[in-house]
Design a protein around this ligand. Sequence first.
Ligand code: ADP
Ligand code: MG
Length: 690
Amino acid sequence: MKKSALITELKGVGEKTQKLYAKLNIKTVGDLLADYPRDYETFAEPVDIAQARLEEPAAVYAAVTGILSEKRAGRLHILNMNAADNSGSLTLTFYNMPFLKKTLKRGGFYIFRGTVRRRGNTGIMEQPKIYSPEDYRKLTSRLIPRYSLTKGLTNQAVQKCVKQVLSLYDFGTEYYNQTILKKNDLISEREALETIHFPADYDSLIQARRRIVFDEFFSFLFLMRKNREFCEQLSNSHPMMETADTVRFLEKLPFPLTKAQEKVWSEIKADLSSPCCMNRLIQGDVGSGKTILAVLALLMTAANGYQGALMAPTEVLAMQHYETIMEYVRKCGLIFRPVLLVGSMSSKEKKEAYGQIASGEANLIIGTHALIQEKVQYASLALVVTDEQHRFGVRQREHLAGKGDTPHILVMSATPIPRTLAIILYGDLHISVIDEMPANRLPVKNCVVGTAYRPTAYKFIAGEVGKGRQVYVICPQIEGEEEDTEGSPALENVVDYTEKLKSALPSGIQVAFLHGKMRPSDKNQIMEEFAARSIDVLVSTTVIEVGINVPNATVMMVENAERFGLAQLHQLRGRVGRGKHQSYCIFVSSSEKKETMERLEILNKSNDGFFIASQDLKLRGPGDLFGIRQSGEFSFRIGDIYSDASILKQASDTVDELLRKDPELEQPENALLRVHLTETAADSVDFRTL
Ligand code: ADP
Ligand code: MG
């Protein structure tokens, strides 16, 4: 079986299951193999009740000593039972499981597994899972993979499917040569994949993960270095001169550029008129004002009679850029003739746009990666700006180059990374840093709270909406999952939370939701309504993490904040505090573990993305490698540029050495690697699709 085989070729996967997997973006056997577990569940040996640590999953071996109470609250049936061992006793609370009264025998010993909390003077375990000692023994000493799920698809079902794939899959021969394998201490791809899904123990899991992360970094860096070679030879086929247009635009802006913006603007101007093709990255924290620089560069391009393109990772963001620029056109009389190009447009609209692009009638094209589709022919494309995403691969560039002369490239990113990493990751670009915020910004006020704070937060939100402001609420999931995972409480999800908020907030407040699996046209509509203030509270996944600019929004509330990396929370925070009003961030943690709260408190102490990311790294142990992502901007599947920095360095050194010894991979020992990289390159058109 090959990577490209459809999952319907697996036993037990019919049309219905196929649809469920499609929701998770899993279509082929290869997708399933690369759907690495979200995290792993460990079943530790049972402990004495007195030893069980609060707020953590624990198993106890205890006898049922009786029913404490049984009551109804609306449709909910609540059963409290008492369990005890030699060290102490514990209240077990079960919801809607009245039958347990009969099945759990008084005096019988069972293993109960759940999170121990304190209620008054007693410890309680809500909705624990119940095992016989024999069944439980089978689970201990193993790491059970937990996959991302969707309603109707259980963790067990995914496990079964992955097992089947691993047994049928044709792994082929190792593609790294022996030197690379030895020097980097890599296990085989096969072993890595088998282990990452079904690890025997923690040590081998770390090894497996290392190999997979190495692979991700290696192919990314290899292609990037190749890209650099390609770009360094490029001369400027679209030389430009500064015109009065940009000068006049700057005069009409309601604010002066910051010193940092001015410096970057002069670097861009110099690039565009130099003998070489521009290849520049603008790195600046959220809110530092990158958009205006893009507009200036595009304006200079248009003024010189060329076309420019502005590409965004999501349709929502592309639409927003379009609106912003249209506003400038209206207010400042800019010479732009913009056209929008996004996937959700009708084919008639698209065709019209293609026509205007091909004829040169449009001199500014704004859109998502639909832009680079085959059908688009540019009259004179001279500049491509990409916002909030770096992976502008060789392919995309070659593709655009194939449509005429090579355009200048300007990449904008808000990912805070230290200089040493930037040199590796952005090796193919010149780097400009905006290290200064526009003046007169009120710093965002933060608080880190537990779930008990919610009623207060809702009152606060209602108050802000009353003042005419708007609010974001972020949940980690889109919809409720099958509840067959245990140990950690269910995560908040956008769909249910929206309903919850609607009933918790006064009825005049408009609440709506947004997530990445909605139809693009629906997403756009919601974003437009939010921008137009007809929606007050927007419940969303991290779709809005990137780039959204609604200065009237003043509250960012993040549920299950403990599930996010600090750098990502910082990005989310950047969505507020963009206007003249005081803004607030409420990070709600559903775990009140000391370490979690400490980690989140860092956000209270700093507004500096670099600092936050580095502190987060210090506080996290190896066990946190799974489950928490720092930033989605580099679309590595599991590699994390922060916590895997040492693997990144190794991969980088390996690529350098390989390029020195065998740059075209012509030696027989690198033949398979060459094939592998060619295949990887084919799908490295790797935009951050949502
Ligand atoms: P980001 O760098 O996160 O993309 P934006 O470009 O969206 O930030 O800018 C955030 C906000 O700051 C926008 O509303 C923009 O108009 C405003 N802004 C940009 N530059 C300045 C400046 N020099 N002075 C004041 N406000 C500015
Ligand atoms: Mg931006």
